[in-house]
Design a protein around this ligand. Structure first.
Ligand code: SAM
Length: 330
């Protein structure tokens, strides 16, 4: 699937629910969100069909996300069905880790060995504050369990918020020194209708963070993408460390020119860019018993709608226009 700018689209992020057991302040609006009903979201068999058709068109990688994917009943069974799709080379899962202690073995047994865990603070009170009541210890137990079970890689995703957790940067780096984890620092995107961050902190460019880390640690860039499925992160080894650290800069240095992805929202829309409102409705077609050829046509339509790059402008208007991350899957 080639788009208008000659980018090969071979990666689909699939949100299986907009429900979440956390309420992160940058992800969901202050006033809460209206959750999609049972009939509004795609059934698992519909998602399997969509992915199977896309694989025939060149899709090789799927990430399952949410909301929180592990809160949707039947998630593990769904993962094992995804795993059976021939030609799909890479399947990974993004989770907040709250339920991971319970699910790690089952997910691994379903054939999924790559996992991303979101973790924005290593301090119990701060973690609870940013997630609106989340239990840090549950996540840490989940990460430990994932390591025990044999997940590799284990990636820890940390959204950097100036004034909130930038002072913990070195603690996160130490996590990658001691453990074979890839800790990735992600720039905060101020999107959605009303991010609930006013009392928390703000965007901080990666460059400032790197300067701070370099004062303490020697970073060795990992050249030539040795790992095919690493995505847009710039990855470094820390001298003497077991793991790696990475930086993802969607705002200060966007990676649109190498974008290879589409997103499937839980309500069955093919979204052409995280930060662009254009979507193609697959659910309607699926529920009207469309043929595989028609589905392929909708994929081609979405691919051709992909913009050259996003325009993340943090004005009041832009904030109002965008769907929330919790609805899109991040
Ligand atoms: N519940 C899962 C989790 O917590 O990983 C999956 C869904 S969550 C929407 C996916 C990722 O999007 C998380 O790593 C989260 O930190 C990130 N995210 C959400 N809102 C964001 C924002 N405004 N800026 C940057 N990252 C964001």
């Amino acid at each position: 699937m080639l788009d208008k700018f000659n980018r090969e689209i071979n990666y689909l992020r699939v949100s299986i629910t907009d429900r979440c057991n956390l309420h992160c302040r940058y992800c969901r609006p202050k006033e809460g969100i209206s959750l999609q009903g049972h009939d509004d979201i795609l059934r698992y068999e519909e998602i399997i069909r969509v992915v199977s058709v896309a694989v025939k068109m060149g899709l090789v990688k799927v990430r399952v996300t949410g909301g929180e994917p592990l809160v949707r009943r039947g998630c593990v069974d769904f993962l094992s069905r995804l795993k059976k799709i021939e030609g799909l080379q890479d399947i990974s899962l993004t989770t907040n880790g709250i339920l991971l202690e319970e699910f790690a073995q089952k997910i691994f047994d379903a054939g999924i060995s790559r996992i991303n865990i979101s973790l924005d603070s290593l301090n119990r009170d701060k973690y609870s504050h940013i997630t609106n009541g989340g239990d840090l210890d549950a996540v840490l137990r989940g990460i430990a369990r994932a390591e025990e079970v044999g997940f590799s890689p284990i990636k820890i995703n940390t959204v950097v918020i100036k004034g909130f957790n930038d002072d913990e940067a070195l603690d996160f780096v130490r996590l990658a020194l001691d453990k074979p984890f890839q800790v990735r620092f992600i720039e905060l995107m101020r999107v959605g209708q009303q991010t609930n961050l006013d009392d928390v902190g703000d965007y901080m460019p990666t460059s400032q963070l790197i300067d701070r880390i370099k004062k303490k640690y020697e970073l060795e860039p990992i050249k030539n993408k040795k790992k095919r499925f690493d995505g847009p992160a710039r990855i470094f080894k820390i001298k003497g460390g077991r793991g790696e650290i990475g930086f993802i800069n969607p705002v200060s240095d966007h990676f649109c020119s190498t974008c290879n992805r589409l997103r499937l929202t839980s309500d069955g829309k093919l979204r052409v860019c995280l930060l662009n409102e254009k979507e193609v409705d697959l659910k309607k077609a699926l529920r009207e018993n469309c043929s595989d050829e028609e589905l392929e046509g909708l994929f081609r339509e979405a691919v051709l709608l992909k913009p050259k790059q996003h325009d993340l402008i943090c004005t009041e208007n832009t904030l109002k226009k965008c769907r929330h991350m919790s609805a899109i899957g991040g």
